[in-house]
Ligand binder design. Structure first.
Ligand SMILES: N=c1c2ncn([C@@H]3O[C@H](COP(=O)(O)OP(=O)(O)OP(=O)(O)O)[C@@H](O)[C@H]3O)c2ncn1[C@@H]1O[C@H](COP(=O)(O)O)[C@@H](O)[C@H]1O
Length: 105
């Protein structure tokens, strides 16, 4: 299990939990739209750090982005595994070398 899988599993346990018991439970209780909004805010903060060239800031905001991405997925009942499977599928269908190796037609 990766850290992302561990975190996704923790976030899953926060669904329906008392909003006063954890930050994640509180955010999920506000609904999927709020979760998506928070993801957008964190993404913008990461963009700002990237544009500034602030390595430490980008690492920190990047962690926020990944956490809020997982919360957004959980809020819409989309499994991390589905996103990872989509990435894996693309590994097999993209890339100049792979395309060149494929027969015509
Ligand atoms: N990785 C994170 C993580 N990253 C960011 N955050 C929270 O996300 C919030 C985002 O910061 P903001 O400044 O936007 O928050 P805010 O200003 O208080 O919120 P708003 O008023 O803007 O809505 C912070 O309060 C952080 O605590 C996180 N909260 C939890 N986790 C992980 O999730 C696990 C479960 O957390 P709890 O559900 O809180 O136990 C933890 O063990 C951590 O591993």
């Amino acid at each position: 299990m990766s850290i992302l899988h561990d975190l996704a599993a923790t976030i899953e346990t926060r669904k329906g939990a008392d909003p006063d018991s954890s930050w994640t439970a509180k955010l999920l209780a506000k609904g999927p739209e709020k979760c998506a909004e928070k993801f957008g805010e964190e993404a913008i903060e990461a963009i700002i750090e990237a544009v500034k060239g602030n390595r430490n800031g980008l690492v920190s905001e990047g962690a926020d982005v990944l956490y809020h991405f997982l919360v957004m997925l959980a809020a819409r009942d989309v499994a991390l595994e589905d996103v990872l499977s989509e990435l894996a599928r693309r590994q097999g269908t993209s890339g100049i070398a792979e395309k060149a190796a494929r027969p015509e037609g």
